[in-house]
Design a protein around this ligand. Sequence first.
Ligand SMILES: Cc1cc2nc3c(=O)[nH]c(=O)nc-3n(C[C@H](O)[C@H](O)[C@H](O)COP(=O)(O)OP(=O)(O)OC[C@H]3O[C@@H](n4cnc5c(N)ncnc54)[C@H](O)[C@@H]3O)c2cc1C
Length: 337
Amino acid sequence: MNNRQDVENVIIIGSGPAGHTAAIYTARAELNPLMFEGFMAWGVAAGGQLTTTTEVENFPGFPEPIQGPELMMRMRQQSQRYGTRIETKTVNKVDFSNFPYKVRAEGESEPRQAKAVIIATWATAKRLWIPGEKEFWQRWISACAVCDWGLPMFRNQPLVVVGWGDTAAEEASYLSKFGSKVYMLVRRDQMRASKAMQKRVMNNPKIEILRNTEAKEAIWDDTWLKGVKIVNNKTGEERVLEARGLFYAIGHKPNTDFLEWQVLLDESWYIITKPWTPFVYRWPALWNTEAKDDAILKWVFAAGDVQDKKYRQAITAAWSGAMAGIDAEHYLAGLED
Ligand SMILES: Cc1cc2nc3c(=O)[nH]c(=O)nc-3n(C[C@H](O)[C@H](O)[C@H](O)COP(=O)(O)OP(=O)(O)OC[C@H]3O[C@@H](n4cnc5c(N)ncnc54)[C@H](O)[C@@H]3O)c2cc1C
């Protein structure tokens, strides 16, 4: 049966916790949503970042840890159960200049049309791509200390954090609760973290800050991370730090290229939403806090990591997906306020 409609009520782009929560809400509101879940979009399977991890211990409702891929499979089943239509395609173009909006998926010559679009396309962690990283990524090398800090393999072990901003300082603090020692590798002679965060890590006896220092190689002993080869970029001196975990906190790249500047992005390419709402602004519009309500791009919403540079958790992605689903329903029902 061909389920296609001439104009879809809602198209959801992205299939992580944000996309699926938006799908569950809009499907239960009988909007018959269409989701493009992506086909290995930016190298990650449909279902998003949690498909790349093992145990998730902090998503409510699961007193025992649940495997990331299983959690995402359950969300997908829940979306479908209430009527979400899912296509395994990656969206590579949108056109918000005229209503109804247009959304084109890879391999399709004609765009689909929609009255409302929910963008939930995540942000990808930046990596260093040093030798040894590829083989052990997501095992002893992680870009999410908040997610992995409590795992038994990191307890009472020396750990290394790479980064110089607030996130790195926060991750080093988290890790110091369980790790025996935490090294922070700071590329420059100064950190970029706020003064308060710098003070916090400098006063922590378990954290040692190594300035002008970069990670060069992850070193393995059969299946374990044994150490991290580091280099002082001023003197060229190299040495190996004993370590059982390596954590990157060097930023994320939101997947917003396909939007081609039709919605307002910040200086790091995250979508700017009106605070505490999923509403996005037309591009060009005034930056950030000055953005005005009359610049809101109606019927386009953003949810999840693509608009959240701070929390980046499954539950916060689901939270914003719920808001996007509810607001899409309100707008489509003509209840604009
Ligand atoms: C290794 C790892 C472990 C983590 N562990 C935890 C944890 O234990 N607990 C926790 O709360 N959080 C954890 N997180 C963070 C959590 O995964 C994210 O915060 C959450 O998945 C963000 O949800 P999202 O819906 O915004 O995006 P994602 O879950 O990343 O999903 C977006 C997905 O949409 C699809 N997509 C992207 N672009 C397009 C496109 N153009 N067209 C169609 N589809 C597209 C892709 O399949 C993409 O993967 C972890 C993250 C990582 C990387």
